[in-house]
Design a protein around this ligand. Sequence first.
Ligand code: AMP
Length: 290
Amino acid sequence: MSAVSQILTVERVSELRAALDVARRDGGSVGLVPTMGYLHEGHQSLVARSAAENDLTAVSIFVNPLQFAEGEDYGTYPRDMERDREMCAAAGAGLIFAPPVEEVYPQTPVTAVSVKGLNAVLEGQFRPTHFDGVTTVVAKLFAMLGPGRAYFGEKDYQQLAIIHRMAADLSLPVEVVGCPTFREPDGLAMSSRNVYLTAEERPAATVLWRSLQAGRDAVVDGSRDPGEVEAVMDAVLAAEPKVSPDYAAVVDAATLERPDVLVGELRLLIAARLGRARLIDNIGVDCDRL
Ligand code: AMP
């Protein structure tokens, strides 16, 4: 039997809990990789990490309407369930949870999880309802699956920081594991949304990674002024006219606040629009380890 025919795919929470109960009966550990599908090697790296650290890895595939605002790409978000099943199986997942919307939201939720402050900066300025949609669905997935560990990509760095904080504030019995960003050979961070880029736009998309590297180099070279580092990033972005930046920022890696003077662990983050796509990327630099 091929790996893909062995992977169990369930759509109902009741089936999901039954399958996980069996896996846990003899003390087996469960790792969860939450995704919106249309998987790529970045997702697979999370699945492989979970498969190495847990007895059973479950991948959730759910395009969560709650985290999309009016006018965003909820209706057109790319989907390919058959290919996703193959990619999950190849990376070592044992179970896929792919619920229909009504299974996750049988009634319009009036309860929300909101990680205040962290949800309002950076991406929050452009997508004010986004992170409450993310934290609410991730809290629900944690409740549905009860994983011991859950794996998230640094690609969505603000999301990772928010989920860390949610798990700590709510004493959730889950270890949140952050995983490095998987990139194309030219540096573009892999993303399901890269499919929106046309052949003409695709080369311009590398400007985010080039800008982040230039910003990091400025810190490595001794700059401790956030405005100066952001100006370096802005200049690289400005040289690519196809790209319209939303922000290029340097913040404290834990609080996501912009310090007056750069010290300790920092994160440089960029969001920019390119054609139909809105791209985000980030890089870390630790001033104490230079
Ligand atoms: P998504 O399907 O885009 O919601 O992403 C699901 C998970 O995969 C999130 O934790 C993302 O941060 C992570 N992820 C997406 N792209 C990458 C990448 N290029 N490298 C590593 N993790 C990623």
